[in-house]
Design a protein around this ligand. Structure first.
Ligand SMILES: NC(=O)c1ccc[n+]([C@@H]2O[C@H](COP(=O)([O-])OP(=O)(O)OC[C@H]3O[C@@H](n4cnc5c(N)ncnc54)[C@H](O)[C@@H]3O)[C@@H](O)[C@H]2O)c1
Length: 261
């Protein structure tokens, strides 16, 4: 019988990238609460170990821009926990600058971590799933900026996240015959370290204040609150669960209604 995503057990083994802080940490905690055994990975090993220690998972160093680092972490995760059922490519970075001032270094870093990181991680996961003949699930972390280019001072980040949305569709189409599902999530304005940095940069670029910029974020959010990492984590938990067994190739907006018009 052909593998089918419905065969995927509830609460299997999951590897999360960028799991040491912010949205990735919330994903690790939520999945652990729902019965998953979690390999918490991050470029910052101490952060990964802190989160893993809190949830009974395994903390590992993994740099999503480095194929060898990804393979080594996946081997270590499988050695400790068993075969991986789901892979969440969450790690990402941002910087802010006016388009005409974005440097090649900024461009390369955003595209490397956000787009190439999802490519390398997804490839590692898919190769393992296919070699085992097992259905598997991949979730990529895109952004509201992966669906709407009008994101001030973020042209390079926008490009990297549109790439994640396109990559997700291409991966889903090619991997569907193997029973592998691939989706991505597009959060809005989420209260994390990344947002704290962006508030400072944007306030400076607008010659404004952090409070005024936060008001702009709220004005762009019909549900009128700043998004929490848990708002995103719950949707990722749904996407890796059998409840989402017939969803693939989708980019799910989780932004408090910003795309209604
Ligand atoms: N915060 C937001 O408003 C927001 C909105 C939309 C999308 N996102 C996306 O959500 C994801 C998580 O963002 P966040 O807000 O939690 O960011 P964050 O900066 O709070 O946390 C990111 C984590 O990723 C890790 N990381 C950075 N580079 C890495 C690399 N090369 N390899 C492995 N790990 C690396 C960091 O060490 C950190 O632990 C990112 O992909 C981001 O683009 C965030």
């Amino acid at each position: 019988m052909k593998p089918n995503a419905m065969d995927h057990p509830r609460g299997g083994i999951v590897l999360v990238t960028g799991g040491g802080a912010g949205i990735g940490e919330a994903i690790c905690r939520t999945l652990a609460d729902r019965g998953w055994r979690v390999a918490v990975t991050d470029i910052d090993l101490a952060a990964a170990e802190r989160v893993a220690g809190a949830i009974g998972g395994v903390g590992l160093q993994l740099d999503v821009t480095d194929r060898d680092s990804i393979a080594a972490a996946a081997d270590a995760a499988e050695g400790a926990l068993g075969p991986i059922d789901a892979w969440v490519s969450n790690a990402g970075v941002s910087t802010m600058a006016r388009f005409i001032e974005i440097t090649e270094t900024d461009w390369d870093r955003n595209v490397d971590v956000n787009a190439k990181g999802s490519f390398l991680g997804g490839q590692e996961a898919a190769r393992r799933f296919i070699a085992r003949g097992a259905p598997g699930v991949i979730v990529n972390m895109a952004s509201m900026a992966g669906k709407r280019g009008a994101a001030p001072f973020l042209a390079h980040y926008v490009a990297s996240k549109f790439a994640v949305v396109g990559l997700t569709q291409a991966m889903a189409a090619e991997l569907a015959p193997h029973g592998i599902r691939v989706n991505c999530v597009c959060p809005g304005y989420v209260a994390t370290g990344m947002q704290a940095r962006e508030l400072q940069w944007e306030a400076s670029l607008r010659d404004s204040t952090v409070e005024a910029v936060r008001e702009l974020y709220l004005a762009d959010t019909p549900l009128r609150r700043i998004e929490t990492p848990e708002d995103v984590a719950g949707v990722v938990a749904f996407l890796v669960s059998p409840d989402a067994a017939f969803i693939t190739g989708e980019s799910i907006a989780v932004n408090g209604g910003a795309f209604m018009d």
